[in-house]
Design a protein around this ligand. Sequence first.
Ligand code: AP5
Ligand code: ZN
Length: 218
Amino acid sequence: MRLILLGAPGAGKGTQANYIREKFNIPQISTGDMLRAAVKAGTPLGLEAKAIMDAGGLVRDDIIIGLVKERIAQPDAANGFLFDGFPRTIPQAEAMIAAGVDIDYVVEIDVPDAAIVDRMAGRRVHVASGRTYHVKYNPPKVEGKDDETGEDLIQRDDDKEEVVLKRLGVYHEQTEVLVGFYGKMAASGDEKAPKYIKIDGTQAVEAVRDQTLKALGA
Ligand code: AP5
Ligand code: ZN
């Protein structure tokens, strides 16, 4: 199974990716996580990406497309994968079509802007695994610690309110068009086109999970 999780920053893509990945035994490919790993490792890509990410902008399409192509060529992606935070622009989506990457499902997690800042302010992340918590809505068992490893949770550099607002603006300008892009493909009747699923992401984490897995036939 190959699927795309689409949604605004803070919609819950990473949170739901964890459940889908486990259920279908496919790798989660998060371009955000890949970029954060590059920043942490201090690679040339990381050095270039850090300033862009901290300002809430998008990293260049050619860089992202190269990263993703390399990643999906890895053996663990042979039986499918879950894109989280990719594609984020029309050129990124078109690059996958040009590369012959057929997608089975596009899952849109719909959350209005008003709910997003609150979610980001309370987000805590376990960097090594990408596991994501919220101090109020999805708290870890022990405050500030990852459930599985007991390691420290951190706040992301781009979760400051002014950066979150910038990221939301970028989402509406450059990424939201993909809703129509994939919606049209799904409606075309082409048998290779992905199925389009829209989920109300304002519900509790478990309700979003159950609806999503059900829609995916799990
Ligand atoms: P990326 O890491 O992809 O960030 P994003 O898309 O902005 O999304 P987030 O990770 O912030 O949110 P999420 O939807 O995963 O929500 P989460 O599950 O964590 O990208 C970061 C940056 O990298 C970009 O700004 C860009 O610079 C660059 N980049 C990445 N990909 C790129 C690309 N393809 N092209 C160009 N540049 C790229 O949930 C958020 C919080 O809410 C958590 O605390 C969670 O616990 C909580 N929560 C989740 N679900 C619920 C719920 N149902 N109810 C209540 N709380 C909930
Ligand atoms: Zn995420």
